[in-house]
Design a protein around this ligand. Structure first.
Ligand code: PLZ
Length: 451
């Protein structure tokens, strides 16, 4: 190897766990690649941080210019076990060498069954369960709706304000926010209705049971339980702004569903797999959903999703009614089994809780001296700040954009979200260390100071 050769860093936890900028961000190579992207990739596919990835692991991401950035996003809550986690890499390599695909609907393989067994064991409730595997979160949400309709023989579905469930036609209909997810892409699937959420920061004193009563009354008046197949809700809303409903809201909705033969579907795509300090966010409120939808964190970065739930509901569709060419792909299943092993045995639930304590402590301190931080909220490694105009309480999306941009320029990957675009969310890999979290938060504090 000549001394001029640039060695490609290997991803995984072996990468140096320290923020280090050697060029401006984005650097020249990233800028050049962004230019190529413009000429090759459809404009609709946006990139929040115009940086190209070379390697990632632990709590950092190395870009093609050699900058080491702190990852506070996990590729939108996916790499909980860490990027290129060694167990995942090993399992994937082993599986790739055996076979890459057979299509589970044609000839089966044990990895698929094992993932279903793990999901049946890990999701809330000890009733008899079944699972089915798919590729993306949106696809799994769609299948949960299909299953609920097949079981109840009803068609209406209720989703909530600020909901995000995906970008396919049915899940666009379930998703609340028009721009950028839905605008211009209609007409949307019929028989979808929206109910008001519990949003403590903006709800003016409505407690959980009161917010649930408001939602239930609207559902009864505008839809009617006799027509309603399912209620689908994120236990903590993700894209909508990391909204934690007031205590008692979710249990009251579940109870109403039980009494009215309505399937309660928890979309745990973003909240699942240790993210919130419990394996599933539903556990914080002690609710037992009829169906749980999972994706993202399940497979350490490989595309896999699932619907898990009561056997009687899951078994309602006729044989051959559920499936897809790639659903439960063997490589993704191998990755999931390794990731689940890590979630269960590497102390990641405790780690998520500790990350949450650190983030909440630092962000509450910041809030003391900064009235633009209207709210600090979330659970475990899923924490956010909502930025507002201190005089009016109005959402401040412009400030949020400036803070995120300043963080990016200093090598800290933060994501924004929220119906009003005024929420900065923190979703670090659970493999991140405290020093990186503190450094990242120092950068956030400085960005707020100068914005
Ligand atoms: N349900 C709760 O968070 C995906 C979307 C990013 P897919 N969230 C990130 C974007 O802008 O496209 C998500 C979610 C919840 C469903 C989904 C959909 O999961 O794997 O992106 O289809």
């Amino acid at each position: 190897m000549s001394s001029t050769t640039v060695t490609t860093p290997r991803g995984g936890p072996g990468l140096e766990q320290r923020r280090r900028l050697v060029t401006e961000v984005p650097g020249p190579r990233s800028r050049e690649l962004m230019e190529r992207k413009r000429g090759a990739v459809a404009a609709g596919v946006g990139v929040s941080l115009p940086v190209f990835t070379e390697a990632a692991g632990g709590g950092v991401l190395v870009d093609v210019d050699g900058n080491t950035l702190i990852d506070l996003g996990s590729g939108i809550a996916v790499t909980g076990v860490g990027n290129s986690a060694p167990g995942v890499v090993e399992a994937v390599v082993e599986q790739v060498q055996r076979f890459t695909h057979s299509c589970f609907m044609i000839t089966a393989y044990d990895g698929y069954v094992e993932v279903c067994e793990a999901l049946n064991r890990l999701t809330p409730g000890d009733h008899d369960k079944r699972s089915a595997l798919f590729n993306t979160g949106a696809e799994a949400v769609e299948n949960a709706v299909k299953i609920a309709r097949s079981y109840t023989r009803k068609s209406a579905v209720v989703a909530f304000d600020h909901a995000y469930h995906g970008r396919t036609n049915l899940t666009m209909a379930l998703t609340a926010k028009s721009m950028p997810y839905k605008s211009g892409f209609g007409p949307f699937a019929p028989e979808i209705y929206r109910a008001p959420l519990s949003y403590p920061y903006r709800d003016a004193g409505l407690d959980g049971p009161q917010a649930a009563a408001r939602a239930i009354s609207q559902i009864e008046k505008q839809v009617g339980a006799a027509n309603l197949a399912a209620v689908v809700i994120e236990p903590i809303q993700g894209e909508g702004g990391f909204i934690v409903p007031a205590p008692g809201f979710l249990p009251a909705i579940v109870a109403w569903c039980r009494e009215n033969d309505v399937v309660f579907i928890a979309d745990e795509v973003q909240t699942g797999f240790a993210r919130t300090g419990r394996m599933f966010a539903s556990e914080h409120e002690g609710i037992v959903p009829d169906l749980v939808v999972t994706a993202k964190g399940i497979a350490g970065g490989l595309p896999l999703s699932a619907v898990t739930g009561r056997a009687a509901i899951m078994d309602a569709p006729h044989v051959g009614g559920l499936g897809g060419t790639y659903g439960g792909n063997p490589i993704a299943c191998a990755a999931a089994l390794a990731a689940i092993e890590s979630f269960e045995h590497d102390g990641l639930l405790e780690r998520a809780t500790a990350i949450g304590d650190l983030l909440l402590g630092r962000l509450h301190d910041l809030q003391q001296g900064d009235p633009r931080i209207g709210d600090v909220r979330g659970r475990g490694a899923m924490i956010a700040i909502e930025l507002v105009d201190p005089l009016t309480g109005e959402p401040d999306a412009a400030l949020t954009g400036r803070v995120a941009a300043a963080c990016h320029a200093e090598g800290v990957i933060v994501l924004t979200c929220g119906t009003f675009g005024n929420v900065i969310r923190f979703l670090p890999p659970l493999a991140i260390d405290d020093a990186l979290l503190h450094d990242g938060l120092d950068v956030v504090a400085a960005a707020l100071g100068s914005a």
